[in-house]
Design a protein around this ligand. Structure first.
Ligand SMILES: NC(=O)c1ccc[n+]([C@@H]2O[C@H](COP(=O)([O-])OP(=O)(O)OC[C@H]3O[C@@H](n4cnc5c(N)ncnc54)[C@H](OP(=O)(O)O)[C@@H]3O)[C@@H](O)[C@H]2O)c1
Length: 327
């Protein structure tokens, strides 16, 4: 495992970390024993950072992580998120009473007295124009309820606005072979302000692991079934917002670029880690074998310039027009 600095938090985090959405829910049936085994495998392999949210399985993901922490002596840094319990999910809901209540609930679920990192969970764009919201986060930090805070964003412009607030220590954003716009301007600006970057959907919801085909079917309670067109939340969160068949054909063009012995998941994760501005990738995983595969990416050699250019050409021709002006 390799470790990188997570922006202003000062934490050194594993370059391949763990995304804990799928073990909570909305990804079809999961088995808690297997989910815990996946978490343990991650810690065995040197993962020390886990990303979760209060809404993943309505707290189930946080509670599984609490159980992991009880079972392990290693220092584990846990980032959670707040805001998506609001219904309706409105800017005015991001107020002191609600944010304090969400933090208290996460503290309870995670069985701790201070959250390592609290992220606003893809709030409405207007929240980034409300300094009072960030003052509340400063106060929660002063009161010791949270150790640091950041934001999880949908759009590059939201990320650029968020990092104007000096307290924002991290930004979580979709960055993968199919979503490259964050690297154009945002990475430079984040690095200049010592803001950590959490790259989410590094596998584009599993597509970039190269295991899907036109015949792939997903359970009705898997967002890859019910959110293809943004029916439940931003469509960009499912397959990076790209039409499934178009994405599949791009995956087939990527496949010949792999070095022998490398899996597609490893290639996709190593590609993200090529960027030094990225603090870590947070691939979601449900099973120990996926964790093993993903963690191997941390120690792979650099991808050659020739291969990077080939990835770029595929992205430019097939994917960029589908994503560039949306996020
Ligand atoms: N708004 C937000 O803040 C937000 C939104 C989305 C995600 N996130 C965070 O980012 C994390 C990562 O994103 P994500 O989970 O949506 O997408 P992802 O990491 O791109 O894809 C994860 C899925 O890919 C499959 N997979 C994982 N490793 C694999 C491997 N080695 N080989 C084959 N398949 C593999 C698994 O699903 P199957 O086995 O079922 O195919 C897994 O659930 C989340 O867990 C969450 O912590 C945050």
């Amino acid at each position: 495992m390799q470790y990188r600095q997570l922006g202003k938090t000062g934490y050194q985090v594993s370059s391949v970390s763990f995304g804990a959405w799928a073990i909570g829910g909305t990804w079809g049936t999961t088995d808690d024993t297997e989910s815990l085994a996946a978490l343990h495998k991650a810690v065995d392999l040197g993962v020390n950072f886990i990303d979760t949210a209060d809404v993943y399985g309505d707290g189930k993901s946080e509670r599984l992580i609490a159980q992991l922490r009880r079972d392990r002596s290693e220092k584990l840094i846990v980032a959670t998120k707040a805001g998506r319990r609001l219904d309706p999910h409105s800017t005015s809901g991001y107020n002191r009473a609600n944010l304090t209540a969400f933090v208290e609930r996460s503290l309870k679920n995670l069985e701790t007295d201070s959250l390592d990192l609290l992220q606003l969970h893809c709030p409405p764009t207007d929240v980034y124009y409300r300094p009072d919201v960030f003052e509340i986060l400063d106060d929660l930090m002063q009161g010791g309820k949270i150790r640091s805070y950041g934001v999880s964003v949908e759009r590059v412009e939201e990320a650029l606005k968020a990092i104007e607030f000096p307290g924002v220590a991290t930004v979580q954003i979709i960055y993968n072979i199919f979503r490259q716009r964050p690297a154009e301007i945002f990475f430079r600006e984040a690095q200049a302000r010592n803001v950590g970057i959490l790259a989410r959907l590094p596998l584009s919801s599993g597509l970039l692991a190269g295991k899907m085909s036109r015949n792939s079917r997903f359970a009705p309670d898997d967002h890859r079934s019910f959110n293809r067109h943004g029916e439940a939340f931003d469509r960009g969160e499912t397959f990076s917002g790209i039409d499934f068949e178009t994405a599949l054909s791009a995956v087939e063009l990527l496949r010949p670029l792999l070095l022998s012995g490398m899996t597609m998941a490893q290639f996709a994760l190593r590609w993200v880690l090529t960027r030094p501005e990225v603090s870590c990738v947070i691939p979601g995983a449900k099973r120990p074998d996926q964790v093993q595969d993903n963690c191997s990416a941390a120690d792979l050699p650099e991808i050659s310039a020739e291969t990077l250019n080939a990835v770029q050409a595929i992205y430019a021709a097939r994917i960029r027009p589908l994503v560039q002006h949306y996020w």
